[in-house]
Design a protein around this ligand. Structure first.
Ligand code: PDD
Length: 276
């Protein structure tokens, strides 16, 4: 199996990263996860655009433009014969003597590899149960940085409590999931937290907003509270890996009739259509 390291295709076991890499020591880097369906990366341009933006926000130099990256990753998918899978891409500020200050010399390190992945059909059909947790993250989660400690901790916390996932709540307002965005449907209108510094502006989220418009589903970027979340007719999460997954219970309380809803199903169909 091949990986890409700094623009070159290599064997997986010939990809060595320094223990002084700033990604390892400081979480000083950014990443993307891109879905591959039927051998083709889905919404790759959008992901690469966000990747570039994340790198820019952290002032990490990305030595390849989005077109060059797309060519590289298409080649990687072809070489590894990925049909249904994902591409993980990561850029760090590189290896240098440990110092909080940006290093003068370090060469940024770009890594990309592929993994097989199947669609979460079971969860998409049956829905998941989530718990709400305090959003203790920093105020720039719009940057897809490597610092995922809060996300990791709440995911484990949810798992230990018997829930499938965690949904962040900041000052009473629902922001997003541990690795997804959150949508609620009330009286036929779909709500999701506006883009800004308090959520990652999901590529799937953006696609769903476009699809809503195209399919005549009323959808607004308007925040809602945890209390309003519990009163929604339907709730679902969206993400590159979770696609559109219905949420059937929040903190042990059923959402709507406790079954995946009709508008959620519409979004699932619309997204599946967009993949084809
Ligand atoms: N996570 N919000 C957070 C905090 C995320 O980590 C993700 C994705 C999303 C959804 O974004 P998108 O639709 O672009 O995948 C929202 C990726 C998949 C991950 O960390 O594995």
């Amino acid at each position: 199996e091949s990986v890409i390291m700094n623009g070159e295709l290599r064997n997986r076991d010939q990809c060595l990263i320094s223990f002084e890499d700033r990604g390892y020591q400081f979480g000083d880097g950014v990443y993307e996860v891109i879905r591959v369906y039927g051998g083709r990366p889905f919404l790759m341009e959008e992901h690469l655009h966000r990747f570039k933006r994340s790198a820019d926000e952290l002032k990490i130099r990305l030595a390849w433009d989005e077109q060059e990256l797309a060519l590289m990753f298409n080649e990687l998918v072809a070489v590894n014969e990925v049909m249904d899978g994902k591409i993980y891409v990561q850029l760090t500020r590189g290896a240098a003597k440990r110092d909080h200050l940006f290093p003068g010399q370090a060469e940024p390190v770009l890594i990309a590899y592929t993994d097989p992945a199947s669609r979460p059909l079971d969860k998409m059909n049956k829905g998941i149960r989530v718990m709400t947790v305090d959003d203790i993250r920093w105020l720039r989660v719009d940057i897809k940085s490597l610092n995922l400690l809060p996300n990791v901790l709440v995911r484990q916390q949810a798992h230990d409590a018997g829930a499938d996932d965690a949904i962040f709540v900041r000052n009473g307002i629902v922001t997003e999931g541990s690795s997804s965005n959150v949508f609620g449907v009330k009286d036929g209108i779909c709500y999701t937290h506006p883009a800004g510094n308090l959520i990652l502006n999901g590529i799937t989220r953006q696609k769903l907003l476009q699809l809503a418009e195209a399919h005549g589903i009323a959808c607004v970027e308007q925040a809602f509270t945890r209390d309003q979340l519990l009163e929604m007719d339907e709730v679902f999460i969206s993400g590159t890996i979770s696609e559109v997954t219905p949420v059937i219970a929040v903190d042990g309380q059923p959402i709507g009739n406790g079954k995946p809803g009709a508008i959620t199903a519409k979004f699932q169909e619309a997204l599946a259509e967009a993949v084809r």
